[in-house]
Write a protein that binds this ligand. Structure first.
Ligand code: WT7
Length: 635
């Protein structure tokens, strides 16, 4: 069976088969890979424990499937095009042969530093080819990578390192992002003060910033790479051996380590990549996502390399040196498939067409978006001015936990509708639930989105705390995976994702838990308590509004504000910085002590005229105080 869907009729037929006979369906797809041993059984699952296993008994290595498999036909084809932050700096390219050699060498470096199969390695790196090399090298020797976005701060890194007891950290002296230089090594040094589990730090030199190297612990990437061989046999991994951990925020508690395993993740990310983007041999493919997020894992690194594509890795940001940077890079490298976030599109749209006009953009064939709902205006602009109405737009819905795209058009095959993720991929069985917990069959329904059957790249567990995985995703609707999103299925059966129904925000596409931000704010001296909600923002999608109760003695509000922002920066990172802070005397709480966020959201949205029922509050007068304060705050 060909894995590639080429018509809508085939999509329908494949979808039907994937539901009626999922095991045969996925076995046929999995045949496309190199296995050291084929599986005994395709699927074993229940959503109660949960316990989900794909391709049981299979043995393989994903790095071998990303690299070795292509060497014979594509050894000299470009695997990675690297475009630096500064357009005047010379970029780099690596062929599949070269990428293979780098990965083998770094695998040997990791081994030399004592890393063994199953050990955890933290990767805290800029968007440079070495970041992908480090990920693939971990996979090659069977180590589990835990990539931490290089915008997270000291506390976030040390929490993540300790949660999965990483023994080695791979980082760089610093990174360039727009006009800023961030001193990554310095941040790591601070984080490691509270991480006794870390033995070794491998440091790539990128910015030339002066750094301190701790004797016995820190080694330079370049020194180590010189001393090792360019061959490294790929470790034999079981289908269900852990491939990576990626931390993500939820509505409560500390970020949790989402665990993905080897075979199912490989099969599903590749299959979805091929079909959603309708990838053709020779295409230059650019996903702008940083490797610190799941999109960077699945669709910047793993899936396109599994497909033997030429990937572009971009170190910079969309607006540096100006808002034409993306379009300039597309022309320069003749990008065919471009995948980015709605927030980037909205910010470039706001910058104006003068930044688009100088560029041809005629290499583009497919456009994609991910991470948050795309509003119709941004969709239309993307379609008209970037795709010149010739490029299908794929609005891809998925999550860190799903590993790959679940609901999306197939480029040029599925008829699109602005702001709709359209239809589920083969293997994906969505269910929309009503408020009493029953599935609503049929069309023209709206409710909470669940998935009722496993797909190969579904989350297996949350690292070190399986019960948390069960409670978060499999408890709300017994027998189903709960996504945390609200969703509408329209009269045509098309899916439109409405947004989170829990206390999770999507700020510029970044996923943040309100509880994490509140924790950081509450660490500030002079703060008694706080409540954080999101409100609509024209560019970021959602922005952060913090209501803060201060202690009686604290009256220098501008200092208190600065302290709060400082703490959020330090404890989480600048991406979680509140856009608005309002000091209040009380928060609207019910008799059981629960904060009524619904009311705060209304006030934050500027819709305080219509607060609904407030009679269950202990003290309804606090609402009036907050409302009046908010009006002042808006000015
Ligand atoms: C949440 C997951 C998917 C990889 C990057 C984000 C929102 C994601 C869409 C979309 C509307 C979307 C959902 C989801 N989301 N894609 N196309 N349309 N909303 O992964 O950080 O785990 O966030 O992002 O709310 O639950 P993530």
């Amino acid at each position: 069976m060909s894995a590639r869907i080429t018509s809508f009729e085939q999509y329908q037929a494949d979808y039907k088969r994937s539901v009626e006979n999922p095991e045969d369906f996925w076995a046929d797809i999995a045949e496309n890979f190199t296995w050291k041993r084929t599986w005994d059984k395709v699927l074993d699952w229940n959503f109660t424990e949960p316990n989900i296993k794909w391709f049981l008994g299979g043995k393989l290595n994903i790095s071998e499937n990303c690299l070795d498999r292509h060497l014979q036909d594509k050894g000299n084809q470009t695997a990675v095009i690297w475009e630096p932050n500064n357009p005047d700096e010379k970029g780099r390219t690596l062929t599949y042969n070269e990428l293979y050699e780098e990965v083998c060498k770094f695998s040997n470096v990791l081994k030399k530093q004592g890393v063994k199969k199953g050990d955890r390695v933290c990767i805290y790196m800029p968007m440079v080819p070495e970041a992908a090399v480090a990920m693939l090298a971990c996979a090659r020797i069977g180590a589990v990578h835990s990539v931490v976005f290089a915008g997270f701060s000291v506390q976030s890194i040390s929490d993540r390192i300790n949660d999965s007891s990483c023994e080695v950290v791979v980082t760089s002296d610093g990174l360039f992002r727009g006009t800023k230089t961030v001193e990554l090594k310095k941040i790591v040094d601070e984080a490691l003060v509270t991480c006794p589990c870390v033995r070794k730090v491998i440091v790539l030199q990128r910015t030339g910033t002066s750094i301190e190297m701790k004797q016995g612990r820190d080694v330079y990437w370049s020194d180590d790479m010189q001393a090792v061989s360019g061959d490294c046999a790929a470790e034999e991994m079981d289908s269900e051996d852990m491939l990576y951990i990626l931390y993500t925020s939820g509505s409560t508690g500390k970020p949790k380590g989402v665990v993905h395993t080897t075979a199912g993740y490989m099969v599903y990310t590749w299959y979805s990549f091929l079909n959603v983007f309708q990838y053709n041999e020779g295409d230059v493919y650019w996903c702008t996502a940083d490797i610190g997020w799941v999109t960077g894992h699945s669709y910047t690194v793993y899936a396109p390399l599994l497909a033997g594509a030429t990937i572009l890795m971009f170190e910079g940001i969309p607006v540096h040196p100006d808002a034409g940077r993306f379009w300039q890079v597309i022309d320069k490298h003749k990008v065919n498939i471009f995948y980015t976030a709605p927030t980037a599109i909205r910010s470039l749209m706001a910058a104006g067409l003068d930044y688009v006009k100088p560029y041809k953009l005629d290499s583009l064939r497919v456009l994609g978006t991910v991470g948050e709902p795309i509003n119709e205006e941004a969709w239309v602009w993307y379609n008209e001015y970037i795709g010149k109405k010739k490029c299908p737009i794929v609005d891809t819905w998925w999550q860190t936990e799903t590993g790959g795209i679940l609901i999306s058009p197939l480029a040029g095959i599925t008829e699109t509708k602005p702001s709709y993720a359209t239809l589920p991929l083969p293997g994906v069985q969505p269910a929309i639930m009503d408020s009493s917990g029953k599935e609503m069959p049929g069309n023209d329904v709206e409710g909470n989105l669940c998935i009722k059957f496993p797909w190969p790249s579904i989350i297996r567990t949350t690292y070190g705390d399986h019960e948390r995985c069960r409670q978060t995703y499999f408890d709300s609707y017994p027998g189903k995976y709960f996504t945390g999103d609200g969703c509408r299925r329209d009269a045509d059966g098309y899916y439109r994702i409405i947004g989170r129904v829990d206390d999770v925000l999507k700020v510029s596409g970044h996923r943040l838990g309100t509880a994490d931000i509140e924790d950081a704010i509450n660490h500030t001296e002079g703060v008694v308590e706080s409540a954080v909600v999101g409100y609509p923002h024209p560019i970021k999608g959602e922005a952060i509004y913090a209501f803060v109760i201060y202690s009686d003695t604290e009256h220098d509000f501008s200092k208190l504000k600065q302290d709060i922002i400082h703490n959020v920066n330090n404890l989480i990172g600048p991406i979680a910085k509140p856009d608005k802070i309002q000091f209040v005397k009380g928060l609207p709480k019910t008799r059981s002590g629960k904060i009524m966020r619904r009311i705060l959201r209304k006030i934050a949205e500027g819709d305080a005229g219509n607060l609904g029922d407030t009679t269950t509050l202990i003290d309804p007068t606090v609402v009036e105080d907050i409302r009046q304060g908010a009006e002042v705050n808006q000015e």
